[in-house]
Design a protein around this ligand. Structure first.
Ligand code: NAP
Length: 450
């Protein structure tokens, strides 16, 4: 057996991911040593409670509640506790004690990333976080290393498994949002409090991480436009299917030409919202709780990364890949992986974004209505690509049991637009709603990926 140098590894957290990381480290020690060029000695595991049940059978003597002491003298510290404090404090302590750090903590990187990367820079240490976006899928390293010589134009990601599971079931079974959410909770796909997933917060955190790397610009979470999926209903999914689309919660990170006051400038947009994706697009075939990240780069063209976006053992794979990289860095020495934010591109608000839209309206079915709608769109600089009109039956009574407000027959208009500026589109939809001919704006969805 090769006589490797031993590196001391401290693990903070032994929950869903941490317990799997510990198990793999202990089971595959020899193989990992060959790959890392160093023996990885699991020096200890810091947890909150020594008696909590663990997913993996691990030696009791490794556990401690004293994370501070465990960190001292470690070469690599793996932070898998989650949350902001004390994770932030422990990571800074580890870096300042000369350790490289591996973490999966997207919430912490979004709120304190610059502070952590600065601290690593100061001491020449590295911070690895492959598992922080899209779980097991290798996307951080491809963006940071493999595409470092290219220019990323756009990233479109399905980066939240819970919402993809819900939307996929609504799409394939015609099920209602509330029913699928309840089932997802019962099956453990969704948390008891699903807000972070269904309101798009989790996806926005990952979008900020991906955009920062892709565009070499620090992207704070507040700069990410975020909309969740709670407004998506069965009728919307139906209309999308009819038009050849599927509804997906997308994280879109895009390099754009922005019309600033003193002329066009290069900028970026980072946004999360439910969008229509053509059924022929590779992202449309991402089913269940899977994740995928579609990257468009100037020279490389289109690349797709696909797989499990979460799960204890799956995420542990990404964490251990980082541990091996950290070990190699530790052995070889030299400058750490570092974060490049030198491009420092301006991040534009959603109103500056240009995309295609599908607008669904309920209108009075009478002469002149279509012309009024078309004129309003044209005056608002929104150009129509397709229109489909279907007559809908007027309800005999309203939901409250009264007679319908109007005897005029109604029609549903589904309008596909050419590319339009979000601000123009939203002003125009407001005008349509107030025009007197539109009974209801049923939905306005962006179209991405065509
Ligand atoms: P988890 O199951 O909640 O486990 C957290 C672990 O940290 C537990 O072992 C807990 O100890 C320990 N811990 C918490 N606070 C502590 C403290 N103050 N001092 C010492 N130990 C403490 O979390 P997880 O699901 O493994 O997630 C870990 C990280 O990975 C998070 O940042 C998460 O966002 C990220 N991540 C998770 C997944 C996934 O699929 N689960 C996927 C991608 C990324 P006790 O066990 O004693 O309570």
């Amino acid at each position: 057996m090769t006589d490797y140098r031993t590196l001391r590894v401290a693990l903070l957290g032994a929950g869903a991911v941490g317990s799997q990381v510990a198990g793999l480290l202990l089971r595959h020690g020899d193989e990992l040593a060959d790959r890392a060029g160093a023996r990885l000695e699991l020096a200890g595991i810091a947890v909150r409670s020594l008696d909590a049940p663990r997913d993996v059978d691990l030696p009791r003597e490794l556990f401690t509640t004293d994370a501070e002491s465990l960190i001292v003298g470690s070469d690599i510290v793996i932070e898998l506790m989650g949350g902001i404090e004390p994770a932030r404090e422990y990571i800074l302590h580890a870096l300042n004690s000369g350790a490289d750090v591996v973490t999966a903590n997207k919430a912490l990187l979004d709120t304190h990333g610059p502070e952590i990367f600065e601290a690593a820079d100061q001491v020449g240490a590295s911070v690895y976080y492959e598992a922080a976006a899209a779980g097991a899928i290798p996307i951080i390293r491809p963006l940071r290393d493999s595409l470092a010589g290219d220019r990323v134009r756009r990233i479109m990601g399905i980066v939240n498994g819970t919402t993809n599971y819900i939307l996929d079931r609504m799409d394939t079974e015609g099920a209602d949002f509330a029913d699928v959410l309840a089932q997802a909770q019962a099956l453990g796909y969704a948390e008891a409090d699903p807000t972070a997933d269904i309101e798009g917060y989790d996806a926005a955190q990952k979008a900020a991480i991906l955009a920062s790397l892709a565009f070499h610009t620090a992207v704070p979470l507040e700069a990410v436009h975020r909309e969740g999926i709670t407004g998506v209903d069965a009728a919307m999914i139906d209309a999308a299917t009819h038009a050849g689309y599927v509804v997906k919660l997308l994280a879109v990170c895009e390099r754009i030409e922005d019309a600033a006051a003193d002329g066009p400038r290069e900028a970026i947009s980072v946004r999360v919202y439910p969008a229509l994706v053509p059924r022929s697009h590779p992202l449309a075939s991402v089913h269940g709780a899977n994740n995928a990240v579609f990257v468009e780069a100037e020279a490389a063209g289109s690349l797709m990364f696909y797989g499990a976006g979460a799960g204890g053992v799956q995420t542990a794979s990404a964490v251990l890949g980082d541990v091996v990289s950290a070990a190699r860095h530790h052995i070889a020495g030299g400058v750490g992986v570092g974060e490049s934010t030198r491009a420092n591109l301006p991040i534009v608000p959603i109103g500056h974004v240009t995309t295609r839209y599908q607008i669904t309206l309920e209108v009075d079915d009478r002469t002149g209505v279509l012309a009024t709608v078309a004129n309003t769109l044209s005056e608002g600089r929104v150009s129509i690509a397709t229109v489909e009109q279907t007559v809908i039956d007027a309800p005999e009574t309203t939901a409250g049991g009264e007679a319908p407000a109007s005897e005029i027959p109604m029609a549903r208009l589904v309008i596909g637009t050419h590319k339009a500026l979000e601000q123009d589109l939203s002003d125009t939809v407001d005008k349509l709603a107030a025009s007197g001919v539109v009974e209801r704006v049923v939905s306005v969805l962006r179209v991405e990926g065509d």
